[in-house]
Design a protein around this ligand. Structure first.
Ligand code: IVH
Length: 675
């Protein structure tokens, strides 16, 4: 019997080690070597054996990451070595002063530093005894934190036990728990669909998730961990020389270390690192609020020591804040190219994300209501990277008694036309179309933009003047401009007027894809415009195509097709196109990708569904052949399907075709039909 149990024990150990290795490869190295389904199978196997032998379940079994019972309250944990904070530097001069203090303190000219991202998450401490994770705690006030072991165990990148035959007697690893930006966005999306409150940023989301009394909730929230140092340790293997060696050692124990950690020498290298990471900030998968410089030599660190609650040997060099508090003075409504009315907050100027911000978007009426934003409120504004600044939330405590509720107007503030909100849309739109000066200006700006006709120098100030002075009404009018009309505009010298005219002249030679995109048709972006140009080859074919014909082009669905048909049905739009051509705007035309004229194609208007394995053709080949003859291939069978082509191992699609009475073909039948 004992022998049997010993065998099971060994089997369980091997299985657990295997699963944790795959967790490590997936969550730490970002380099999985098995499929998710294979992993699930290993996990279920472990669960199955443990169910039969519950006495063999160990604390470090991967099955124990989740499943702990909810807590009533968190208990306290005393940090035997205090968790300190870092002093901050906000500009180059403060970093220079830091480096000078270090050089003087050590009586040397040049210092080696370990440089790291400053993670914008929550500091935690993990205690391993005999290689097993015993406790995990928050930083708290630095001396006393909360025991959140059960929650930390749910984080897959945190090892439950340390690899190797001779684990350290005691090791306390410190680092930061965060939520990756992608996981944060997905979480907010889920919150939204559940009708629950969104989190303001990844840090709040991580904090909210860690402070759950029910670890099952934390487990659902995909958190990540990065180690940045050690606390207590009784570990003979622990490197004694350099911080960077300690980090490499932690990596060898399977702790996640940020790829961006480096070792550099001297002040200039610190500042270069700051700028390099700053430029990469928005592309990093996690949020950071600066970088950290640490003297790399551990003996030098000791020599420098601490001042009050922070080490002398390290400093955080912070990036400009991306969020700031200010006052919302008023709400204006902007009209976009497609008539969308966007509420814009006028703010008391505030410095955020490295620039002074005076306007921020409020997106739409629903968002204003959801965030309960009122005129006069104190608000939190966020500006990250290149994105438009936005109002994140309201500081309710500071709401003045006379704060005013805002409602989206039911008429366009620019042209006075009625504004309507379609039931499936989040925004109201001005119905003035191109009679609305705001829409006209945006349409002209779009026409001239870089990815459209690319007219250099035609910016919004100039377009405003052109439209307001009634010298340009449509994009075609740009090509009729003379030097006098232009030079009469404000702040327009002869030279700049000439430059604009040259840029307009140059834009006449373009491509069909750019031209289609430039027209600014609803739902037709750059990719769709390219698709239309390659498949149709000629503008007149596009103008004449009906919805059915358009939908034969890959990726063109009914909504886009309808937008195109509606656009070209408008006489005004066809007139502008004619004028543009008459003014000399031109591009090369060709016969289009499909050799046959679509209207003459034998499969035109017919929809096919392919299922199962065909005897001689691959599904891809069959699809190409059907499309070349003007047919459309769809993924699912409906009443609108004309033919279902079945091969061997066809499943539910065949049954559905039978039940709907759709015609069924085999490969031979399809080939005959093609002929
Ligand atoms: S070292 C003795 N390294 O910053 C200093 N801290 O203000 C120990 N932080 O609470 C901290 N990234 O949560 C260190 N690479 C990094 C860090 C980092 C973020 C946080 C940490 C700490 C705070 C210090």
């Amino acid at each position: 019997m004992n022998e049997h149990i010993d065998k099971i024990k060994l089997q369980l150990e091997a299985l657990r080690a295997d699963i944790e290795l795959h967790n490590y490869r997936y969550y730490v190295l970002d380099n999985p070597t098995i499929l998710d389904a294979e992993f699930d199978q290993l996990f279920r196997e472990l669960q199955r054996i443990e169910q039969n032998y519950p006495q063999l379940i160990t604390a470090d079994s991967p099955t124990q990451r989740v499943g702990a019972a909810p807590l009533k309250a968190f208990t306290q944990i005393t940090h035997r070595i205090a968790m300190l904070s870092l002093n901050n530097a906000f500009d180059d001069a403060e970093v220079e002063a830091f480096n000078r203090r270090i050089c003087e303190g050590l009586s040397i000219d040049c210092v080696e530093y370990a440089v790291e991202p400053k993670f914008d998450g929550l500091a935690i401490s993990l205690c391993y005894e005999g290689g097993m994770l015993k406790t995990g705690a928050t930083r708290g006030d630095g001396n006393i934190g909360e025991d959140i072991t059960v929650n930390l165990k749910t984080i897959k990148s945190i090892p439950l036990s340390l690899p190797g035959k001779q684990p350290p007697t005691l090791l306390e690893v410190r680092g930061e728990v965060l939520m990756l930006k992608a996981d944060f966005l997905a979480l907010n999306q889920r919150q939204l669909t559940k009708g629950e409150k969104e989190f303001a940023n990844p840090r709040n989301a991580a904090a909210g998730s860690l402070r759950q009394l029910d670890p099952a909730i934390t487990a659902h929230r995909r958190l990540t961990f990065f180690a940045y140092g050690v606390g207590r340790n009784e570990d003979s293997q622990m490197p004694k020389d350099k911080h960077s060696d300690v980090m490499n050692y932690l990596a060898s124990l399977h702790f996640p270390i940020a790829k961006e950690c480096q070792v550099v020498t001297g002040l200039q290298a610190l500042l270069t690192y700051y700028r390099t990471i700053g430029a990469k900030r928005d592309q990093l998968p996690y949020a950071i609020d600066g970088v950290v410089y640490k003297v790399n030599s551990l003996s030098q660190q000791e020599q420098l020591g601490f001042v009050s609650r922070a080490p002398r040997f390290a400093i955080a060099h912070k990036f400009p804040a991306q969020e700031a508090i200010t006052q919302l003075l008023d709400i204006d409504v902007q009209v976009g190219r497609t008539g969308a009315l966007t509420p814009v907050a006028r703010l008391k100027p505030v410095f955020v994300g490295g620039v002074t911000v005076t306007n921020a978007t409020l997106h739409n009426a629903d968002e204003i209501e959801r965030k309960d934003v009122r005129i006069g409120d104190t608000v939190i504004v966020r500006r990250a990277g290149d994105v438009i600044p936005e109002v994140v939330s309201v500081v309710l405590d500071k709401r003045p008694f006379d704060a005013r509720v805002f409602t989206i107007p039911d008429h366009c503030p620019v042209c006075g036309a009625k504004a309507v909100r379609l039931p499936e849309e989040a925004v109201s739109r001005c119905t003035g179309g191109l009679f609305c000066p705001a829409q006209r200006k945006q349409a002209i700006l779009h026409f001239a933009s870089r990815r459209a006709l690319d007219i250099e120098g035609l910016g919004d100030k100039l377009v405003d003047q052109m439209v307001d002075n009634a010298i340009v009404h449509t994009p075609a009018d740009l090509y009729k401009l003379g030097i006098t009309a232009l030079a009469n505009l404000e702040r327009m010298a002869d030279k700049s007027a000439n430059n604009i005219l040259q840029a307009i002249e140059k834009s006449k030679h373009t491509t069909l894809a750019r031209f289609i995109y430039a027209l600014g048709i609803r739902n037709v972006g750059e990719a769709t415009a390219k698709e239309l140009a390659t498949h149709l080859g000629k503008l007149d074919r596009l103008i004449e195509a009906n919805s059915e014909r358009l939908q034969q082009i890959p990726d063109i669905g009914p909504v886009v097709a309808q937008s195109l048909v509606d656009f070209f049905a408008e006489a005004h739009n066809r007139e502008v196109i004619e004028q543009l051509r008459a003014c000399g705007v031109h591009w090369e035309e060709h016969e289009g990708k499909s050799v046959l004229m679509l209207e003459a194609a034998p499969f035109s208007g017919k929809t096919f569904v392919l299922t199962g394995t065909l005897p001689t053709m691959s599904r891809e080949e069959a699809k190409e052949k059907i499309e070349a003859l003007g047919g459309k291939v769809s993924g699912s069978v409906s009443k609108k399907t004309d033919y279902v082509v079945v091969g061997t191992d066809s499943g539910s699609k065949y049954d559905k075709a039978v039940s709907l009475g759709v015609r069924i073909l085999d490969e031979e039948g399809l080939l005959t039909l093609m002929q």
